[in-house]
Design a binder for this molecule. Sequence first.
Ligand SMILES: [Fe+2]
Length: 427
Amino acid sequence: MPVTNFQTPEKYQYLNGFLNYHEAEAIEGALPLGANSPQKPPLGLYAEKLSGTAFTAPRHENQQTWLYRVLPSATHSAFVAYDDAGATTLGSPLKHIPNQLRWDPFDLDHEHDWVRGLRYAAGAGDPGMKTGLGIYIYAAGRDMDANTALYSSDGDMLIVGQHGVLDIQTELGRLLVRPNEIVVIPRGIKYRVTLPEGPVRGYILELYQGHFTLPELGPIGSNGLANVRDFQVPTAHFDEDTTTTWSIINKYNNELYVAKQGHTPFDVVAWHGSTSFDHPDPSIYTVLTGPSDHPGTAIADFVIFPPRWLVQEDTFRPPWYHRNTMSEFMGLICGDYDAKAGGGFRAAGASLHNVMSAHGPDASTWQKASEAVLQPQKIGEGSMAFMFESSLMLGVTQWGLETCHKIQPAYSEESWSGLRPHFKRSS
Ligand SMILES: [Fe+2]
């Protein structure tokens, strides 16, 4: 969201308003009407939800965006440690010292790109606990590698440019950020930074908890400080590329990971940010909740998926593809779970989809549900699945990763690599 100080070149089109509800479509008719997850979204697109807050966050805070894209985010290989980190100092331990500190101007950098030029400088708290913040100095001298995108699971990144111009392609559209402008890249949004005017340098504040919002006005009155209209969001812009191999880099608990995928992440044709139609949020099945001190956002929810009737019309009935700001640990007591037909999620097993890790129905479940006749249907007969959902980022023990010998190495590939594009530019 750059501040609107200047005229912007035409290829960057914006909608005005901070935290407003917005809709954008790059092709007319790409947004479904009256439903978020219809059984067959327009133009053969996949529906995918990006949760910016807990499903149950109060309405005035609730932030969710629905994306309509060529392929869901879940279609990627496993993440592995990213070992080409250049000058980054991510993951460095913090020292707490009482001395006054002051820095000379930080150097420009002609060698590294945006990812390798992120220097972790200071911070407090812990992204795994969704508490606190990180402060970074960035300095980069070249475009991010071709066919590479970055996202952070750790928080919202407020980028304050000091030198140079950032051309940022995001899943929701394109942004041009010049000196004296700021931009916020929300948690989970993939982006790619190129440098149209050479080296860049500046500061980043990453907020591990909650989201940035406008300051209250109080005695200043209604026209002071920043106003809603000072901020802009991009309009939908998409590439159609399902043949190139892309690297998706994830900043996760202050370390970098990388996964590969055979399609561009910038394939969102339309989106909107705000239901008797549509698969409900799983929060309607909450049994017990362990609240945090923030209304609607739980340290831990216990949610069950018992046998139940599905009666929604014109709806894709299994859970939608999504990326969640919360962590989801699921178990199965007995029977089969309706979102996974492949047999990999079995009674006494478990799954974990952590903060912003993309997931959703596997390819065969998608196929069946897109073609199903939508009569009232009882599902989960004889089954009982459950979820521990948490606003915190969950760590996994060495026992869980290795010693117990139960990890399925091909889980991601088996579930989502079979998804194919069905996008047609007109219906
Ligand atoms: Fe989920």
